[in-house]
Write a protein that binds this ligand. Structure first.
Ligand SMILES: Nc1ccn([C@@H]2O[C@H](COP(=O)(O)OP(=O)(O)OP(=O)(O)O)[C@@H](O)[C@H]2O)c(=O)n1
Ligand SMILES: C[C@](O)(CO)[C@H](O)COP(=O)(O)O
Length: 232
């Protein structure tokens, strides 16, 4: 029997870098809140059986209303997040029952359906997977004084996205270990890596952007209008 897959969608951030009064996950993209676009992708994906949404305490009610209005029937719970992304994810993990979990940023509304499937297939093979794209620029390591200290080989560098996919029980253990050790990572994979889990990279698309700064909004409108990578 196929194992079940749930998703934790984190949307409890403040969007400091966006600088808008309204949190960026609730800004409208072609008439619908960004978070609704993201929820719809996972609602429509046949692999996904349950969705847990993590938001700020003041946003729980409006998110529940949108879920009803937009037919997000897989939504199992809306829970309040924590101070850092990692805390928000951990709270969401506690509400899932599926064997596998995908963790996804609420502000990545352009993930392709086929990439969700590829992430799951790779996680089943390897144990865990992250969606990513090869970096296009040369990356330098720079000291606090602004001096270049290293130029890593670009062929080894990937820009990491979400979803990130794990066995739920294993990811919970990794989160508990990080909590015990006071480790704070910027993604879920870094917690899994330090727990000794192999994590495979799945090549995705450059249009799976994280809406972070105002310029991303203009690009998001462009992607929504003209299509994702592979459709342009
Ligand atoms: N305490 C937090 C911080 C972030 N996130 C979520 O994690 C995702 C990726 O984070 P990021 O883009 O950094 O969002 P913000 O933290 O909102 O942005 P900023 O760092 O500019 O404040 C977003 O969907 C955000 O809502 C969260 O659920 N809980
Ligand atoms: C998880 C993530 O989206 C992978 O690129 C990213 O690390 C989130 O980081 P942020 O500091 O919350 O922007």
């Amino acid at each position: 029997m196929a194992e079940s897959v749930g998703v934790v969608i984190v949307a409890a951030g403040r969007g400091t870098r966006m600088g808008t009064e309204e949190s960026k996950q609730y800004l409208l993209l072609r008439g619908r809140p960004i978070i609704v676009h993201t929820l719809e992708i996972f609602q429509q994906h046949p692999l996904i059986s349950e969705i847990v949404l993590v938001t700020g305490a003041e946003d729980v009610e409006r998110c529940r209303k949108w879920a009803e209005e937009y037919g997000i029937t897989k939504l199992k719970a809306v829970v309040t997040g924590g101070a850092e992304r990692q805390h928000s994810v951990y709270k969401g993990l506690g509400r899932l029952d599926s064997e596998w979990v995908m963790v996804h940023d609420g502000v990545r509304p352009f993930v392709r359906s086929r990439d969700i499937e590829a992430c799951y297939e790779e996680a089943k093979r390897t144990g865990a997977s992250v969606l990513a794209v090869p970096v296009k620029d040369t990356i330098k390591q720079v000291s606090g004084e602004g001096l270049v200290t290293a130029t890593p080989d670009r062929r080894t560098l990937w820009a990491i996205q979400t979803p990130q996919t794990f066995r739920l029980s294993r990811l919970k253990q990794a989160y508990e270990a990080a909590e015990r050790d006071g480790f704070l990572g910027t993604d879920d994979s870094s917690l899994a890596e330090r727990a000794g889990m192999p994590v495979a990279v799945v090549e995705g698309s450059y249009t799976n952007i994280k809406i972070t700064t105002p310029d991303d909004l203009a690009y998001a409108e462009f992607i929504e209008t003209f299509g994702r990578e592979g459709q342009l």
